[in-house]
Design a protein. Structure first.
Length: 456
């Protein structure tokens, strides 16, 4: 079973936090221990130096020492695990250690945790007013041991670091939970939205209150996707309805007329046969347009590349529609600069023929249609502009959808099936180009085709 995003985030954040806390605690303990050892070492050195300085103050005059001061100094030094003997400048021992003193020193040595062979002996010269007055022989442990108070201090410090680590882990767990919940909840909600969309449910617009930029854009994108899918669903339903209408109308007419002729209700006349022929041709034209669309969408691998003079191509397309334009009193105007591109001439002829045919349908009598072409860097831009009835802004984005009709009644009257512009889009994209539409109702429409000069 796959884990949730929340559990992954929680484990990763908590695991990372515990690792950092453990590392920090370890380093803290190590650094504290090292610093404490350094402190002990420096303190022991200071104690030895203090012993030597005290011994030097016990010197009264040549050959004369204050034995009470020396004895007290040696006794105090023993409490710090320092054994001291003092010799004069001639090497004679000033303080003779009695047998009880030696036994006491031996007992002190045997109670130490550090073995005897680890003890060090150091001879330090004694001076008074710059003159050598003797030597202090200092014996002390090579490895320093902690006193009971120091041991207790280190234990308390270790416990404190451990408790702080535990508290930090608890706090990290709470923070990890809150962060994981905060990040995973909007993603989980978005996941539920996409599952509903996948089931075909219509969600409508979901309010987005997310403050994290990436999550906000994610939910906005899902909202947009849901709206587009809902719109596409409506378009598909409209397409099915329109296509059924386009097929049903001529079929119903044919069926009714033929049945009436078979039953003898209507006499078979040339006029009725002509009407039936017109309905058959209407069906044939619909099937032809559907085939044309399928061919266009499969044309990416069937392009026959050749050099095409755009100005000459547009001129030939205009000539083919001159008669139809004259019947409506529409002016066809060509404003094109010479430009040659690599393309399939027949397919481009179909593109601009479909666009001109579409413009003629929706341009009123006495209007004008302008073909404009110009080379811009490594592309050719062709515009077909009319002053017809235009397309509503909210529907312009869908005119290239197959079977889409801005107004079914308007297209039915003009013998449109909503296929021609879908063919245009497929053929232009087969040439690695783009087609766009700009329109304003009751002002006109402009289609812009952009094609590369060269195609590999």
């Amino acid at each position: 079973m796959k884990k949730t995003l929340f559990s992954h985030l929680f484990v990763y954040i908590l695991g990372g936090s515990i690792s950092v806390i453990a590392l920090f605690s370890f380093l803290t303990f190590q650094i504290t221990g090292d610093q404490f050892d350094d402190y002990l070492s420096q303190r022991f050195i200071a104690e030895r130096e203090s012993v030597v300085e005290t011994i030097e103050t016990a010197y009264i005059e040549e050959g004369v020492w204050d034995e009470e001061v020396l004895s007290a100094t040696i006794q105090n030094a023993m409490h710090s695990h320092i054994l001291v003997s003092v010799e004069d400048a001639e090497g004679n021992e000033i303080i003779s250690q009695t047998s009880p003193m030696r036994q006491h020193m031996q007992r002190m040595r045997t109670t130490e945790l550090i073995p005897d062979e680890n003890w060090l002996e150091e001879e330090i010269g004694l001076f008074s007013d710059g003159a050598n007055i003797g030597t202090a022989v200092i014996t002390y442990p090579g490895l320093q041991d902690y006193t009971a108070e120091e041991e207790e201090f280190l234990q308390d410090l270790t416990l404190l670091i451990f408790l702080m680590g535990i508290l930090s882990v608890v706090i990290a767990g709470i923070v990890a939970y809150l962060i994981s919940k905060r990040l995973s909840k909007p993603i989980a909600d978005t996941s539920k939205m996409t599952q509903k969309i996948a089931r075909g449910e219509n969600l409508g617009a979901v309010k987005v209150n997310e403050k994290i930029s990436e999550l906000y854009h994610l939910q906005e994108s899902v909202n947009t996707l849901a709206a587009q899918l809902a719109e596409q669903k409506l378009i598909r339903n409209q397409i099915v309805s329109d296509l059924a209408h386009e097929v049903r109308t001529p079929l119903t007419t044919l069926q009714g007329n033929i049945e009436a002729m078979i039953d003898g209700v209507w006499e078979v006349t040339p006029e009725r046969l002509t009407s039936l022929d017109r309905q058959v041709k209407r069906l044939a034209h619909l099937v032809q347009m559907i085939d044309q669309l399928e061919d266009a969408e499969a044309s990416h691998s069937k392009i026959e590349w050749e050099d095409v003079d755009i100005k000459a191509l547009l001129s030939s397309v205009i000539m083919a529609f001159e008669h139809q334009a004259d019947e409506k009193g529409i002016s066809l105007i060509l404003k094109a600069e010479p430009a040659t591109i690599t393309a399939d001439r027949n397919k481009l002829d179909q593109v601009f023929s479909n666009l001109l045919s579409n413009a003629l349908k929706f341009t009123p009598e006495g209007g004008e249609i302008i073909f404009w072409a110009r080379r811009v860097k490594d592309k050719v831009i062709i515009k077909i502009k009319d002053n017809g009835q235009g397309i509503p802004q909210d529907k312009a984005a869908y005119v290239f959808e197959r079977f889409y009709q801005v107004e079914a009644s308007r297209n039915s009257e003009l013998q449109g099936q909503g296929i021609g512009l879908a063919v245009v889009k497929s053929l232009v994209e087969a040439h690695k180009g783009t087609v766009e539409v700009e329109s304003e109702e009751n002002v006109g429409t402009t289609f812009t085709v952009t094609l590369p000069i060269k195609n590999d």
